[in-house]
Write a protein that binds this ligand. Sequence first.
Ligand SMILES: [Zn+2]
Ligand SMILES: [Zn+2]
Length: 136
Amino acid sequence: MKMLTGGCACGNIRYQCSGEPIVQLMCHCRDCQRSSGTAFSAMMLFASDKFRYLKGEPAFYETVAESGREIRRGFCNKCGSPISAHWPTRPQSLIVAVSSLDDPSKFDPTLETWVSRAAPWHPFHSSTTKFSEASH
Ligand SMILES: [Zn+2]
Ligand SMILES: [Zn+2]
């Protein structure tokens, strides 16, 4: 995958990431539902050193995910767009919110996590491996 670029809705935050995503997934946990504003979060996991901000920096909301692990969710403090997420205990990797990509059609998920929490009104992807729960 060539360089990916993205940012928030208002343009205050811009970023780029290079290299292949480590994993591309959809998560249906309640935390992802709340932070995405819909049925699930679509995410790409990258090595942190492949990602950098070109403009601005997100504000962070720190919470404990359903897995019990602390997670910091980055969002634009002006327009509220989700941008990124990372685990303080795992600084070598970073999640990019697919919704913030300039070209979200690049998303090619292989996994769905927390399908036990999935909204009954949204169909699953046909070709993903599904996990009832997950550690994120
Ligand atoms: Zn913004
Ligand atoms: Zn989740």
